[in-house]
Design a protein around this ligand. Structure first.
Ligand SMILES: N[C@@H](CCC(=O)N[C@@H](CS)C(=O)NCC(=O)O)C(=O)O
Length: 229
């Protein structure tokens, strides 16, 4: 038997891990952390030197050994390999299972970087200094965004819209899988932060409505409520 502890930073990717654990009906403990100036607090570095959340701590109760697992995609892979024997979220069909694996890499490897760039530019544009410097700064940020990340966000989300439309409303095999949970965060954030408009992506919009009506989503939301400020 092993004991699972999730190091959970408020308003973060850690919610997806909570959702994953709830959907698989696993027992877990949560250690909550609250952001300081929008960053993770220093104490998270005691768990892993990068101090980023999510972090999963797996303690083998027989040997007493503890394993630290980081990176959302790898955390998902680890949980699916070790705790999803029924292949509820990793999917039974081998080709579909491969496709789920692909999305575990894709979400942080390809989709997240241009979204993060847009987020950083939007933060910088919010405090650009006094006029006329603000005018110049906003203009430069807009140029940088236009040169790469704005178009790349559109490229990525257009691609995902086509994939959902081809796969009967989900990302893999017309059914709910770990890929849907992992892709929920960047796509929700893209719409929430205005980097893409939900009305332009009807299949993704419907997909979001559908996956967030899963019982495990509500259970994860209820669980997370106590850790969110
Ligand atoms: N690639 C990592 C990213 C982890 C990450 O950047 N987490 C954010 C929360 S969403 C964080 O800890 N931010 C706090 C900070 O950077 O100080 C993953 O997928 O787990």
């Amino acid at each position: 038997m092993s004991k699972i502890t999730l190091h959970y930073l408020d308003k973060s990717r850690a919610f997806r891990v909570l959702w994953l654990l709830e959907h698989l009906g696993l027992e877990y403990n949560v250690v909550p952390y609250v952001r300081e100036n929008n960053r993770a607090p220093e104490e998270l570095k005691k768990i892993h030197p990068l101090g980023r959340s999510p972090i999963l701590e797996i303690k083998d109760e027989q040997t007493g050994k503890t394993k630290i697992v980081t990176e959302s995609g790898y955390i998902f892979q680890y949980i699916l390999e070790n705790y999803d024997q029924e292949k509820i979220l990793s999917l039974k069909d081998p080709e579909q299972a491969e496709q789920v694996q692909y999305y575990l890499h894709y979400a942080e490897g390809s989709l997240q970087p241009p979204l993060l760039m847009e987020y950083v530019y939007s933060l910088a544009a919010q405090s650009p200094g006094p006029f006329p410097l603000s005018y110049l700064v906003r203009g430069v940020l807009d140029k940088i965004s236009g040169a790469y990340s704005r178009g790349e966000v559109k490229n990525q989300i257009d691609y995902l819209e086509t994939e959902v439309s081809k796969n009967e409303g989900y990302f893999v095999g017309g059914q709910f899988s770990a890929a849907d949970i992992l892709l929920s965060f960047p796509l929700q954030m893209a719409f929430l932060r205005g980097f893409a408009q939900a009305k332009d992506y009807p299949h993704i919009k419907k997909w979001l409505e559908s996956i967030t009506s899963e019982k495990s989503y509500s259970a994860a939301k209820d669980s997370a409520a106590q850790y969110e400020s």
